[in-house]
Design a protein around this ligand. Structure first.
Ligand code: ZN
Ligand code: ZN
Length: 111
């Protein structure tokens, strides 16, 4: 199973590497990496000198956080897609369990 699931990588692109869920209010750093605004704020909390990117360790003399609106839109699309995928998986499981049993139901496969 070496095949990359394009939907999974799409989802990964919309996932914050700190909290491992979809970005909330994504901001990006000078290195180009993005995090939730709350995540990076928490990460940098307590350090009043140079801060660094939690992902690539690049250090920055000042805290420059720019809102990444494009990524925010992307996250919204990824969320919708992952809901659709989850619904599709439920349907697939349902069909499989039906074929394993002798019970035939059209109610399930028509969903
Ligand atoms: Zn986060
Ligand atoms: Zn970085």
């Amino acid at each position: 199973m070496a095949a990359v699931n394009p939907l999974k990588s799409f989802r990964d692109e919309a996932t914050c590497s700190i909290c491992l869920s979809f970005y909330k209010d994504p901001v990006f750093l000078d290195c180009g990496h993005s995090f939730c605004q709350a995540c990076i704020a928490q990460c940098w909390e307590g350090s009043d000198t140079a801060v660094s990117c939690p992902q690539c360790r690049e250090t920055f003399p000042q805290r420059t956080l720019r809102p990444n609106r494009q990524l925010g839109n992307f996250v919204e699309i990824a969320k919708q897609l992952s809901f659709q995928t989850a619904a599709g998986e439920v349907g697939a499981r349902c069909t499989r369990s039906l074929s394993n049993s002798s019970v035939t139901s059209t109610k399930c496969s028509s969903v």
